[in-house]
Design a protein around this ligand. Structure first.
Ligand code: UDX
Ligand code: ADP
Length: 463
């Protein structure tokens, strides 16, 4: 099948960058990204590419190159579905907040809505690609909806999970470790797989494109995220032991990372992992394991989440304990709110939970993050439903200048590893703070000797 038109439902952190890179590398294919969120589409179409809704290094230039040529952002979902031969589903699949599987299972209502919409609109055969992370066997559900409500149209469902990490999305998309495509073993299934392989082959070398059955592909995504998160929880578990014993977790990480069987990546101890994927995908895995009665498997993976929650709580408890057991009415300056550097995404960011704990202790939190707005910070806190919106708004002050944010603070907590934090004039910050001036480095990025020399009381994770 010759692919000339692709549609992607969902213009978020996955759909937006992925389609921009496909469009850039396949000028002969028209790529249309649709979303129900009019505001988001307007922002994607903003003449000034600084204003696109997702911050990713390098993305603005790619959008500037391809937009209007063969990359389009639109709210006309039906039209885009109708015209495309391949439809990517990149809508969000958050953890369920209600009913069966609440707090664990993925909420598939957005996926189901997409499937129903495709079924309603499609007049000719389509390849439907699951891009969003989905629990194993979701493709089956999508297929059943498409086949039973469609207009006699043939659908092929492929699983093509996204492995990009936010903050490095463009590089990850341009030079992926691998592209994974799962499909039916039937002849039609194999043809659909080939059509998608041909799209990626425009810039990815063939040996990096892996094809499997649908279930292997779906489960590989959950497994990859579970393994990555497990490494962070493992090193974070060691960080607590290091603090008790006088070992330094950075030294331990370096020493074990040089073992080629272990490798050096994802061994950075931190205040805890965040992001839209790790927690959600592991909870999903746990839920699936439980639903098959595999309780030991479920417990094994659940421990990764328990460790992560413990690490966030331990960080806030330590702040309170170190500040003489009270932070009431004290100003605690947060450097960073995003779940990692180089993104404006805050989903599941450790900062949200640390702030929540400290507000419970009546602290005033002053936040500076180079890419996150006050509105987003407040909505993240409101989402926890710990207290009223008014109370949250009263406990959080935000600044667009880090020096003002730290003025008169009793302590600074580093929650995101933004590069700029390292280059600040720390003497200037010290001079304006309450004394003793504390720094709690939740990302182990600052220079301990330099800060202690100035006079700070500096604490990192795991040393
Ligand atoms: C992750 C996977 O890496 C990606 O392949 C998948 O497609 C989606 O989920 P992402 O959530 O964007 O990507 O970011 P990632 O770089 O994996 O970081 C997740 C969290 O772990 C961040 O909060 C990060 O700060 C933290 N982290 C990462 C650590 O605390 N220590 C580390 O060593 C690495
Ligand atoms: P991700 O990180 O998975 O990309 P996001 O929340 O950033 O998640 O993006 C998902 C996008 O999908 C949102 O912009 C949301 O408005 C959009 N979306 C959800 N359901 C539908 C739907 N039925 N039709 C079109 N867009 C949808």
């Amino acid at each position: 099948m010759k692919i000339t038109k692709i549609c992607c439902i969902g213009a978020g952190y996955v759909g937006g960058p992925t389609m921009a890179v496909i469009a850039q590398n396949c000028p002969h294919i028209q790529v249309t990204v649709v979303d129900l969120n009019t505001e988001r589409i307007l922002a994607w179409n903003d003449e000034n590419t600084d204003n696109i809704p997702i911050y990713e290094p390098g993305l603005d230039a790619i959008v500037a190159e391809a937009r209007g040529r063969n990359l389009f952002f639109s709210t006309e979902v039906d039209k885009a579905i109708d015209e495309a031969q391949i439809i990517f589903i990149s809508v969000n699949t958050p953890t369920k907040t209600y009913g069966k599987g609440k707090g664990m299972a993925a909420d598939l209502k957005y996926i189901e809505l997409c499937a129903r919409q495709i079924a309603k609109v499609a007049k000719d055969d389509k390849i439907v690609v699951e891009k969003s992370t989905l629990p194993v066997r979701t493709a089956e559900a999508i297929k059943s909806i498409l086949d039973s409500t469609g207009n006699g149209v043939q659908f092929q469902i492929l699983s093509n999970p996204e492995f990009l990490a936010e903050g490095t999305a463009v590089q990850d998309l341009l030079n992926p470790d691998r592209i994974l495509i799962g499909g039916d073993t039937t002849e039609e299934g194999q043809k659909a797989i080939q059509a998608l392989v041909d799209v990626y082959s425009n810039w990815v070398s063939p040996e990096k494109i892996l094809t499997t059955n649908v279930w292997s592909s779906e489960l590989s995504k959950l497994t990859a995220n579970a393994f990555l998160a497990q490494r962070i929880s493992s090193i974070n578990a060691m960080s607590e032991l290091c603090e008790k014993t006088g070992a330094d977790v950075n030294e331990v990480a370096k020493a074990i990372g040089m073992d080629s069987r272990i490798g050096s990546k994802f061994l950075k101890a931190s205040v805890g992992f965040g992001g839209s994927c790790f927690q959600k995908d592991i909870l999903n895995l746990v839920y699936i394991a439980k639903s098959y009665g595999l309780n030991e498997v479920a417990d094994y993976w659940e421990q990764v989440i328990i460790m992560n929650d413990h690490q966030k709580r331990r960080f806030s408890n330590n702040i309170v304990k170190t500040l003489y057991n009270t932070v009431a009415d004290k100003k605690i300056a947060f450097l960073g709110w995003a779940f990692k550097k180089d993104t404006n995404d805050t989903r599941e960011s450790a900062a949200i939970y640390v702030a929540n704990d400290l507000i419970n202790e009546h602290a005033n939190i002053a936040v500076y993050d180079p890419k996150v707005s006050r509105k987003k910070i407040l909505s993240d806190l409101d989402y926890l439903e710990t207290r009223s919106s008014e109370e949250n708004a009263g406990s959080i002050i935000t600044f667009d200048n880090p020096y003002l944010s730290c003025e008169n603070a009793h302590a600074i907590a580093v929650l995101t590893e933004w590069d700029e934090f390292v280059h600040y004039d720390w003497q200037k910050i010290y001079d304006k703070m309450q004394k003793p001036a504390f720094v709690f480095d939740g990302r182990n990025i600052l220079n301990k000797a330099e800060l202690e020399n100035i006079g700070f009381v500096y604490q990192a994770i795991g040393s």
